[in-house]
Design a protein around this ligand. Structure first.
Ligand code: BES
Ligand code: MN
Ligand code: ZN
Length: 497
């Protein structure tokens, strides 16, 4: 789908579909007013019939409206004008997108980007619009051989404003949003791919493709490299699997060499059976998403490179499978991590922290500005925050504040949880420096506390995306979260805005 941005009187838009916002009380947005005037009141008359509820995202399609150059007009409900904010804008975008998907129109001219959600800039609206449309048109049907629905016809979208010049900020917002959408699409597809295809080796191949396409630096550590380094925790997780483990390091240099990089670490368990502490069968297929953190940091790198952002960023992806088997680690095993600290593995299903702890230690040699890890780490985080907020933990409050603000900005929000020392004692072990689990109370907090023991030398934050990375049920699929958050965070952190 091609996007462009321009100033254009709505009545003169020669387009397959003109998309205009309306409020339920019959009030029209500026662009809808102009179109209605040119159509001698045809829009208002259509609305007066009462077919459009006006709820955010409700739509009404009109054809052959006189006085307009457009072939179709799609009226989109925005909800009460007084209540117009982030969520109604997003609902309106989603409603418009699903209506556009059903049409034969090859192009559309959309006047929703000029709407300002309360307190939000035009750039904000444009980013939401582009990401929302690209998400709605995303399809994953590469593994279906029959009855593939035909691809939607829509090939070109004009983001239009009825008046005023197109600003540099608007152009920049479009460029950023398109690159972010590309990164999100990559994360989505990597997440949705089945675990027999998306293996650690597959992720390494994908990183290689990115490196070639965007001229990124790439290094892939193999099992023997991990052995030489002494990554005993990471190696203990991969032991039950026939798939070789990888540690992927992908570097994007968009700023001066002297500028310290932002390092993004993504959990890359391509399938989590639980290992010897085997998970129950129900919904176990969803554990293919246990590499969503890895997918999101690769997606974020693609986005930053794609928009040529003036930043230095590195994605670090420890990736392997967590399988049972004759060689698998046992509950009770004690392993030595790359940091030298020892861990008693009391539950082999708490494997994410075991691969992340060695990856975190490994980032020290990159002299990072900050390190943010992203992981589908704990079921407890889903209980705490549901599917709305990503759990956030940090050993540096300034970094936490930046992530929270970036999440609000991207509308890909996080909620901070405590990392207090009081929780650390739950990790005590009789036989090693620590255990890998802290019992049922505050499961996400003790998981973060475990990681914090390997981040003492870092300005570090941890994002638990267990509840936000994918949807279950009929709508099962990757959300690509937190790609929008990570991109916004890196840009804001570098002062690129
Ligand atoms: N990948 C899971 C966490 C998970 C579970 C995410 C369900 C999303 C939905 C992780 O490796 C895991 O199994 N964690 C355990 C930790 C426990 C053994 C301390 C959990 O959450 O049950
Ligand atoms: Mn697990
Ligand atoms: Zn896991």
């Amino acid at each position: 789908m091609e996007f462009s941005i321009k100033t254009l009187a709505p009545e003169r838009a020669k387009t397959g579909c003109l998309v205009l916002g309306v409020y339920p009380d019959g009030a029209l947005t500026r662009a809808a007013q102009l179109a209605d005037r040119a159509a001698r009141g045809a829009l208002r008359r259509a609305l007066a019939l009462g077919d459009l509820t006006g709820k955010p995202g409700s739509t009404l399609l009109l054809r052959g409206v006189p006085g307009l150059a457009a072939q179709r007009v799609l009226l989109v409900g925005l909800g009460e004008s007084k209540e117009f904010g982030e969520q109604p804008l997003r609902d309106a975008v989603r409603g418009a997108a699903s209506a556009l998907r059903e049409l034969g129109a090859k192009d559309a001219t959309v006047y929703l980007g000029e709407l300002r959600a309360a307190r939000r800039s035009q750039a904000w609206g444009l980013r939401q619009l582009v990401l929302g449309l690209r998400e709605a048109f995303y399809r994953f049907d590469q593994l279906k051989t029959q009855k593939k629905p035909p691809a939607p016809a829509l090939a070109a979208v004009t983001l239009a404003q009825s008046e005023g010049p197109v600003t540099l900020q608007a152009q920049a917002a479009l460029k950023e949003a398109l690159a972010t959408a590309d990164g999100a699409a990559l994360a989505r597809t990597l997440g949705n791919l089945p675990p027999n295809i998306c293996t650690p080796s597959y992720l390494a191949q994908e990183a290689k493709k990115l490196a070639r396409q965007y001229k990124l630096g790439l290094q892939v550590l193999e099992r023997r490299d991990m052995e030489k380094l002494g990554m005993g925790a990471m190696l203990s997780v991969t032991r039950g699997s026939h798939q070789p483990p990888k540690l992927i390091v992908l570097r994007y240099n968009g700023a001066a060499k002297s500028k310290k990089p932002v390092v993004l670490v993504g959990k890359g368990i391509t399938f989590d059976t639980g290992g010897i502490s085997l998970k129950p069968a129900a919904e176990m297929d969803e554990m293919k998403y246990d590499m969503a953190g890895a997918a999101s940091v690769l997606g974020a790198l693609r986005a930053l490179a794609g928009m040529k952002a003036p930043v230095n960023a590195i994605a670090v992806v420890p990736t392997c499978e967590n399988m049972p088997g004759g060689g698998a680690s046992r509950p009770g095993d004690v392993v030595t991590t790359l940091s030298g600290q020892t861990v008693e593995i009391l539950n082999t299903d708490a494997e994410g922290r075991l691969i992340l702890c060695d990856a975190l230690t490994y980032t020290e040699r990159m002299q990072p500005e900050v390190v943010v890890d992203v992981a589908t780490l704990t079921g407890a985080c889903v209980i705490a925050l549901g599917h709305v907020a990503t759990g956030m933990f940090a050993n540096d409050q300034k970094l936490a504040d930046e992530l929270r603000a970036a999440g609000e900005d991207a509308w890909d929000r996080v909620w901070q949880m405590p990392l207090w020392d009081d929780y650390q004692e739950q990790l005590r072990s009789n036989f090693a420096d620590m255990a890998n689990i802290g019992g049922r109370p505050a499961g996400s907090v003790t998981a973060a506390c475990f990681l914090s023991r390997f981040a003492k030398k870092l300005r570090w934050a941890h994002l638990d995306i267990a509840g936000t990375a994918w949807k279950s049920g009929r709508e099962k699929g990757s959300t690509a979260r937190p790609v929008p958050l990570l991109v916004r965070f890196v840009l804001r952190h570098a002062g690129a805005k």
